[in-house]
Ligand binder design. Structure first.
Ligand SMILES: O=c1ccn([C@@H]2O[C@H](COP(=O)(O)O)[C@@H](O)[C@H]2O)c(=O)[nH]1
Length: 305
């Protein structure tokens, strides 16, 4: 699914947000985790099956109001081979429920290895005469700081399979300025990266006007958002940092274009852990996640109006 499909889903739902699926065991209510530990003991399998059950419940609760999910690969890798299966099951379930899937993998390497990452998460791998999509994400986050040869294999998937990318430009974490804001021949490094993103996106515009090659721009950096928006008017921004990292709706407005499009704001812990604030032991985790997703949507739509 291309960035165009993401834009259509955002418009259809009137909701420029994405729900992060980054479950640790402590974010999963006891009625789910306890049941799986009864069945499988205190094992990685029990943790992974709990994660899938929790994710599917969240997807059921959100799929009619939220256009996309963003599973973060780290939390699945934490569960070894069971985690890999949990990630695939989560992606397939989200697709079955009509959601767009952004794989937050932040990968890159030398060209040959980047090709393997790109095929694993966006493309297909060949087994004999059969081609199989190991994960089948619609788009992924990519670390462009390795340069063009590492990004090219991901661009190939955009060209050949209509996939999307979000290149790390200005990340949301407190230390991101240590390197990303350093001067590079008169401009901050993140601005140089934005220029690279524009170059990598050449020839990858979609009919809706947005390019397949987008950028990760932290909600925690409103001033940088404005500068990067100016450099990349037709790129979609994935904007993490809202909620648990402290950014609010007023911090994200600069990421959007005047048409109210151009950015999708992520919340992971804010939505996944909303049940922890209701005092009902997680029995109501789906309702709590939905209520938080609606609150977030309304707050962000009001802020960009
Ligand atoms: O600059 C970045 C890039 C990615 N992330 C990821 O987004 C979510 C944020 O989770 P919250 O719980 O909403 O804080 C998480 O998967 C990060 O790895 C980011 O935060 N900043």
């Amino acid at each position: 699914m291309s960035i165009q499909t993401l834009v259509e889903k955002i418009k259809e739902k009137g909701n420029p947000t994405v729900a992060g699926l980054d479950a640790r065991l402590e974010y999963i209510p006891q009625h789910i985790a306890g049941r799986n530990m009864m069945l499988h003991g205190e094992t990685l399998r029990a943790a992974a099956e709990s994660m899938v059950a929790f994710n599917c419940g969240l997807i059921d609760a959100l799929c009619d109001i939220v256009p996309a999910v963003k599973p973060q690969a780290a939390y699945y890798e934490l569960l070894g081979s069971y985690g890999a299966m949990a990630l695939k099951e989560t992606i397939d379930y989200a697709h079955a429920k009509g959601m767009y899937v952004i794989g937050d993998i932040k990968r890159n390497d030398i060209g040959a290895t980047a090709t393997a990452y790109a095929e694993a998460y966006l493309g297909k791998t060949r087994v004999g005469d059969t081609e199989i999509a190991p994960y089948g994400c619609d788009s992924v986050t990519v670390n462009g700081y390795l340069g063009t040869d590492g990004v090219e294999p991901f661009l190939k998937e955009c060209r050949e399979r209509d996939k999307g990318l979000f290149l790390l430009v200005k990340t949301s974490n407190p230390s991101s300025g240590e390197l990303q804001n350093r001067d590079m021949e008169g401009k901050p490094l993140y601005a140089r990266m934005a220029e690279m993103v524009a170059k990598w996106g050449e020839g990858l515009d979609t009919p809706c006007g947005y390019n397949q090659v987008g950028a990760v721009v932290g909600a925690t950096w409103p001033e940088e958002q404005k500068i990067i928006r100016g450099l990349l008017p037709r790129s979609y921004f994935l904007v993490p940092g809202y909620g648990a990292q402290g950014a609010t709706a007023k911090d994200i407005a600069n990421a959007f274009n005047d048409d109210g499009l151009g950015a999708i704001v992520n919340s992971s812990r804010g939505i996944m852990c909303a049940w922890k604030k209701t005092g009902r032991n997680g029995e109501d985790y789906k309702e709590a996640a939905r209520a938080e997703a609606i609150r977030m949507r309304d707050e962000i739509v009001a802020a960009i109006r």
